[in-house]
Every structure is written in C-alpha cells, then in structure tokens.
Design a protein around this ligand. Structure first.
Ligand code: ZN
Length: 98
C-alpha cells in the first residue's frame, strides 16, 4: 500500500431529486409563503404534501417552519405582522436557493 488512492472529488448534487425539479421546490416554497397569508388552496396543500414525500430538503424546512408557526400561535393568537411575513418570505426564497 504505497500509493494512496486519490478520490476524484466529483461534484455531487446536494439535493437528490426524484420525480421533481428545483422548479417544483420553488413552487412549493411559494405555496408555503401563501400559507402564511392563510391563502392556501386545498389542491396546493395536496401538491405540497406530495412533494414533501419526495423532497427531504423541503420537508425539513417545512417542519421547522411549522414548528415556528405553532409556537407563535400558542403564545399569542394575533397573526404575523406584515414585517414578519416579509422576513419569513425572504427566508423561504433564500431556502429555495434564490
Ligand atoms: Zn423540494
């Protein structure tokens, strides 16, 4: 064993997509943004669930988002302030890789 094997550092996609593309992620994350406005249609909800089944990235993101929202609702009933919505929306778009 004198020659250390060099592994070619292949650039691997950080996000393995099965059956959907990054564009789908964007769409889903935008849907989540609408969710913040209580403006989420039932069919969008189904689409998000379907996507989450195949996309760990979005699933993890939604889990933390949902937890945050649940915590907020537990503490105080009033909805998110416009500033908070804008901030969250920015985080969502950032998570979508924009
Ligand atoms: Zn996704």
């Amino acid at each position: 064993m004198s020659t250390p094997q060099r592994r070619a550092a292949r650039p691997r996609p950080a996000h393995k997509h099965r059956g959907h593309s990054k564009a789908d992620c964007l769409k889903i994350l935008r849907g989540l943004s609408a969710y913040l406005d209580d403006d989420l249609a039932g069919n969008v909800c189904r689409e998000i669930r379907k996507h989450l089944g195949a996309c760990p990235n979005c699933e993890v993101f939604l889990a933390s988002l949902r937890q945050t929202i649940t915590l907020c609702r537990h503490v105080e009933p009033p909805p998110l302030s416009p500033a908070a919505k804008i901030r969250l929306r920015g985080q969502i778009l950032k998570a979508a890789g924009r």
